[in-house]
Design a protein around this ligand. Structure first.
Ligand code: HEC
Length: 121
C-alpha cells in the first residue's frame, strides 16, 4: 500500500468520525418530548391517601370509591377532586379528610394529569 493511499484512508476515517460527532451533537440538542402524566403516575397517591375511606364499597361516610381509573377520573370531572385536595391545611373539606394535606408535588402531578387529558396509560 502506498503512503499516499494510507494517508488518504486515515483522512477519510478522520472525516467520518468528525461528521458522526457532529450528528451526535445535533441529536443531543434535540429535546425529547415531555412525557404525558397518565393515571399510571398518579394512582399511587390515591392508593396511599384515599382508599382508607374511598374503598369499594366506600367506608367512613365517603360517598364514592376511588379504586379505579374510571372512579378517579369521574371524581376529578364531577366532584371537584382537585379543588378538595388543593384546600389549605386545616380548611374544612380538605381531602384526605383529617389531613395531612398531600405533598404539593403530588397535587401538582394530579393537576398536570388533568391538563394532559386524564389519560389512563
Ligand atoms: C378518613 C376518610 C377519608 C379519606 C382518607 C379521604 N376521604 Fe374524601 N371524603 C370522605 C368523606 C366522609 C366525604 C364526604 C364528606 C365531604 O364531602 O366532605 C368525602 C368526600 C370527598 C369528595 C367530595 C365528593 C362529593 O361528591 O362531594 C372528594 C372529591 C374526595 N372526598 C376526595 C378524596 C381524595 C382525593 C382523597 C385522598 C387524597 C380522600 N378523599 C381521602 C372521607 C375521606
Amino acid at each position: 500500500m502506498s503512503l499516499k493511499l494510507i494517508k488518504l484512508l486515515s483522512l477519510s476515517v478522520f472525516l467520518t468520525a468528525c461528521s458522526s460527532n457532529t450528528y451526535d451533537d445535533v441529536e443531543a440538542d434535540t429535546q425529547p418530548l415531555p412525557e404525558l402524566v397518565t393515571y399510571q403516575e398518579v394512582q399511587f397517591i390515591f392508593d396511599n391517601a384515599c382508599l382508607q375511606c374511598h374503598s369499594n364499597p366506600p367506608q367512613n361516610g365517603a360517598p364514592m370509591s376511588l379504586v379505579s381509573f374510571e372512579n378517579v377520573r369521574d371524581a376529578v370531572l364531577t366532584r371537584g377532586l382537585i379543588d378538595r385536595i388543593s384546600l389549605p391545611e386545616g380548611e374544612s373539606g380538605l381531602m384526605p379528610l383529617g389531613g395531612p394535606r398531600l405533598p404539593q408535588q403530588n397535587i401538582e402531578l394530579i393537576a398536570q394529569w388533568l391538563e394532559d387529558g386524564l389519560l389512563e396509560n
